[in-house]
Design a protein around this ligand. Structure first.
Ligand code: CA2
Length: 146
């Protein structure tokens, strides 16, 4: 089993800017912890981060050839991108949406997710652990549907 891990815009800055909001964890720390978990579960991962909506959409399209599911933190595109939602819906792979922060406790514009209706589920508010919980959930979901 292989899963695509997608990180949206500005997540490359994690741990380098605004630690008061997003903590000191970096995207490399998150990816390393996912690699460890994947070894425990016995699955493979592919990683992609982009600040560009189109590049994220191309990565979603590419996932269908080699992946069984997508774990995505669409970052600010969560709240705006019908194009990313349409791409996820079009490829038809199971999707788990994750966020470091609890988007429902923040500004009202973050309460809406374009992606959630096409995802199996959403995990938010647990910092870097949101990704680990999300991978476990996605792995189990796919395993149960094979
Ligand atoms: O909590 C999350 O994971 C978010 O997806 C993060 C997004 C935000 O727009 C979403 O509402 C919730 C922002 C990612 C920006 O990351 C930064 C990291 C360091 C410094 C500045 C931004």
């Amino acid at each position: 089993m292989k899963f695509m891990i997608l990180h949206g815009p500005n997540l490359n800055l994690l741990g380098k800017r605004e630690p008061a909001i997003y903590g000191s964890i970096t995207i490399d720390d998150i990816n390393s912890s996912l690699v460890e978990l994947a070894a425990e579960l016995g699955c493979e991962l592919a990683f992609f981060q982009s600040n560009s909506e189109g590049e994220l959409i191309n990565a979603i399209h590419g996932s269908v050839l080699e992946c069984h599911g997508i774990l995505i933190n669409p970052a600010a595109y969560t709240h705006t991108s019908i194009a990313i939602r349409d791409a996820l819906s079009a490829v038809g792979l199971p999707v788990v949406e994750v966020h470091l922060s609890n988007i429902h406790r923040r500004e009202t514009f973050r309460h809406i997710s374009m992606v959630a209706p096409v995802a199996v589920g959403q995990i938010c508010g647990f910092g870097g652990d949101s990704y680990l919980l999300g991978l476990r959930a996605l792995y189990k979901y796919v395993k149960n549907s094979l």
